[in-house]
Design a protein around this ligand. Structure first.
Ligand SMILES: Nc1ncnc2c1ncn2[C@@H]1O[C@H](COP(=O)(O)OP(=O)(O)O)[C@@H](O)[C@H]1O
Ligand SMILES: [Mg+2]
Length: 254
């Protein structure tokens, strides 16, 4: 089986100098890959390269399938008067000329996708009025409408309560079991342990592989630098923990 995404010696950046380099990994159909790294580590930059928004400065990047994206939440975008159905319908734009309004078939497809993510009842609700978890699921519905084989989620669990997070996680498992490839940028190392592989980034690729053998102390220290602390555990062994990222989170600085 050939990979949905393959990066070989990839470097990406916004000017001549790369902000992310040495990227070597593959995403296979049916896999959930956790993308780990500190703020500024290059997670969003990698996603932008996969979406074709940034061209490789070095190396090779092959993307063999349509990418759907669930972007990092930006509060400033939440006051547009669009409904959940409108957002799901945006997934049909690539399939029709820009001057044609979505027709009945497209609306049916978008409603079915909202049904799959458990939001059929909220189709007419204003997007900005939905909870964080519901908004993430609307964006997953948009990716389904796009028939995306590759789904990129940029820190989708940030700010979700436990029940919403569980629901979103189950949905991602389902998408993977259908043969899609899922990349999930996250701050939660423990959550990523349940996925198929992890890709650790800190301005360059630190490691890539199955979580159990990849998430060693050395790899976590290189990935998170000073933000990593050691906690004494009850059984005498020590546990690693990450300091919460919010003191330098650009999301909250606006
Ligand atoms: N539009 C941009 N122009 C220039 N530099 C950027 C831009 N977006 C991000 N960067 C820089 O690229 C680096 C990686 O950022 P980013 O990919 O957003 O990290 P992450 O998503 O892991 O927090 C950071 O140093 C950041 O300042
Ligand atoms: Mg980011």
């Amino acid at each position: 089986m050939s990979a949905l995404v393959e990066a070989r010696g990839l470097a990406v950046g916004y000017g001549a100098a790369p902000v992310l380099g040495d990227v070597d990994f593959a995403l296979e159909a049916g896999e959930r890959v956790g993308v780990l790294g500190p703020n500024g580590g290059g997670k969003t930059t990698l996603f932008r390269a996969l979406l074709g928004e940034l061209r490789p400065l070095a190396g090779e990047l092959t993307v063999a399938g349509r990418c759907g994206t669930v972007p990092q939440t930006e509060r400033s975008r939440l006051d547009f008067p669009v409904s959940a159905l409108d957002v799901a319908l945006m997934g049909t734009i690539a399939g029709r000329p820009w001057w044609r309004r979505p027709g009945r078939a497209e609306r049916r497809t978008a409603r079915a996708a909202l049904g799959r993510v458990g939001l059929e009842q909220l189709a007419e609700r204003t997007f900005g009025e939905l909870s964080g978890g519901q908004r993430q699921r609307v964006l997953v519905a948009r990716a389904l409408v796009q028939e995306a084989r590759i789904v990129l989620l940029d820190e989708p669990f940030t700010g979700l309560d436990a029940a919403s997070a569980e629901r979103l996680e189950a949905l991602l498992d389902e998408l993977a079991s259908e043969g899609r490839g899922i990349l999930i940028a996250t701050h939660d190392v423990d959550q990523a342990r349940a996925w198929d592989r992890v890709l650790c980034l800190n301005r360059r690729q630190i490691a890539f592989g199955p979580p159990a053998e990849t998430l060693t102390r050395e790899v976590l220290a290189a990935t998170y630098g000073g933000a990593i602390v050691t906690l004494p555990a009850e059984d005498g062994r020590e546990a690693l923990a990450l300091l919460p990222p919010h003191h330098c989170d650009h999301e909250h600085s606006a």
